[in-house]
Design a protein around this ligand. Structure first.
Ligand code: SAJ
Length: 442
């Protein structure tokens, strides 16, 4: 029984774990498996990342250098671009990107390239776990045939195949790999058992579901849930703006409801390579089945419209000052996709910069986490945030509310501000009595 021998190799830590893709998911996972006692081979295409890992220099914010160096010093973490060594691993976790291509459709080329490599060295007793977020059916329709045809091995008997989504909230100090419940869907019960055994060595709570499709959909539900609720918050921001009501007051008041409400906040749009992307994997798959996921798609549209909405608010704010956009100096404060991370992928700030520049504004940015930025072929550098810079600024647009920024300086500069994150925290109750207070006063 190959399943049993694999599980005993996992339990005894004799198993070698392969992690393909040493990014924000793969590198933390590799380090956790080393800390659990395994030999880990990290497979990565980028030479710079491989060299960095070997030197104990982390390229992932959630993995401090000392933690990586400690793992390397055990002698049980190696990084390589030699994918022929995939056959050495008893268990392989695929943690490669699943972006959208130019037409907005799923790009599973990274998954398929790795799967082909695994297929070339697939041997009896190996477990393969796909972790990349993808559309339901990917594991069964793409990976299973590619691996089964490779060497005539039978899934569930000769090799094991599962899907297990990552749940990483970059920058979140509280929820870590080990204390975040892990969902696992096996192609067969034996596949599920092997995957549960593997992740149970590093995660407190591992939960099997009945199929790989169920596991794939769990992840898409989690992230689509966020996209839809963020879209509602964004639509409420537009509604409140048109009604002259403070959306932040409304949300904070609604959030006092102890049941049946979950607080989401409006913003300049959706960033990161998950929430803006993942819902499109679901809607794309359903289109192939002639079903239009209208709510999912509408939410994505609303979120995607927010950068243009913010650019318009900026133009309106300049207009209030009697200044045209053209020639005005606009400081974008924060370009990462969310606070206290350095990642600018899909960041709405990039759209806002582009839109304002296209209207003729002289746009520059400050972000303590992002020293430089590639913008339409131009290299932009983060400017120092000081009174001199602020005095020469016609408008400040707060796009990302990093906690380390001196907002008191922003407020005291007296410059006009479009605050998409309510970080200047004007308290609407202090400024003007709410309807409730007005009623009570009468
Ligand atoms: N955002 C809002 N309003 C909100 C919440 C978020 O505008 O109320 C924006 C953020 O500014 C950001 C984007 O949405 O631009 C995504 O934010 P996020 O908090 O979902 O952060 P991600 O994409 O780094 O991580 C998410 C995980 N986040 C949380 O669970 C809080 C989780 O959904 C996934 O585990 C992860 O993506 C992933 O890798 O799929």
């Amino acid at each position: 029984m190959l399943e049993r021998s694999l599980i005993s190799k996992i339990d005894s830590r004799e198993a070698t774990v392969g992690v393909v893709g040493l990014g924000y998911v793969g590198l933390p996972l590799a380090v956790e498996f080393v800390r659990a006692g395994f030999h880990v081979v990290g497979f990565e295409l980028a030479r710079a990342k491989i060299e960095g890992v070997r030197r104990g220099m982390s390229h992932v914010g959630d993995v401090p250098n000392d933690r990586l160096a400690e793992a390397v010093e055990t002698g049980r973490l190696v990084a390589t671009d030699d994918f022929d060594r995939l056959g050495d691993a008893d268990a392989i976790c695929i943690c490669v990107p699943t972006p959208l291509n130019k037409t907005g459709d799923p790009d599973v080329s990274y998954i398929m390239s790795v799967t082909d490599s695994i297929g070339r060295t697939l041997r009896p007793g190996q477990l393969v776990v796909l972790k990349s977020t993808t559309y339901p059916g990917t594991t069964r329709e793409l990976l299973l045939p590619a691996l089964s045809e490779a060497g005539g091995l039978r899934v569930g008997d000769d090799f094991f195949l599962a899907f297990s989504p990552e749940r990483v909230d970059p920058g979140n100090p509280h929820w870590t790999i080990s204390n975040t419940p892990k969902i696992v869907g096996g192609m067969t019960p034996a596949c599920a058992s092997a995957a549960v055994a593997l992740f149970s060595t590093i995660i407190d709570n591992v939960i099997p579901v009945s199929s790989t499709e169920a596991a794939e959909l769990v992840k898409l539900l989690e992230n689509t849930f966020r996209s839809v609720n963020i879209a509602l918050a964004n639509e409420m921001a537009v509604v409140c703006d048109k009604l002259g009501v403070d959306v932040w007051e409304v949300i904070e008041a609604a959030a006092t409801k102890p049941f049946g409400f979950m607080r989401f906040t409006p913003g300049p749009g959706l960033g990161g390579h998950c929430i803006p992307v993942d819902p499109h994997y679901l809607s794309w798959k359903m289109k192939t089945l002639d079903y239009k996921t209208r709510l999912v798609e509408l939410a994505s549209e609303i979120n995607a419209e927010m950068p243009a909405y913010v650019a318009q608010k900026a133009a309106d704010a300049l207009n209030q000052e009697g200044k045209p956009v053209r020639g005005s100096r606009v400081l974008v404060l924060g370009v990462a996709y969310k606070p206290d991370v350095a990642d600018t992928r899909e960041s709405p700030a990039l759209d806002i910069i582009r839109l304002l520049a296209s209207k003729g504004a002289e746009v520059y940015y400050h972000d303590p986490f992002v020293p430089s930025l590639e913008h339409e072929g131009q290299a932009l550098s983060s400017v120092t945030l000081d009174l001199g810079v602020l005095a020469a600024t016609d408008l400040i647009v707060i796009v990302t509310d990093h906690s380390s920024v001196d907002y008191e300086m922003i407020r005291s500069s007296g410059r006009p501000v479009v605050d998409t994150r309510n970080v200047l925290r004007h308290d609407p109750v202090e400024e003007a009595p709410s309807a409730v207070q007005a009623a009570e006063a009468n």
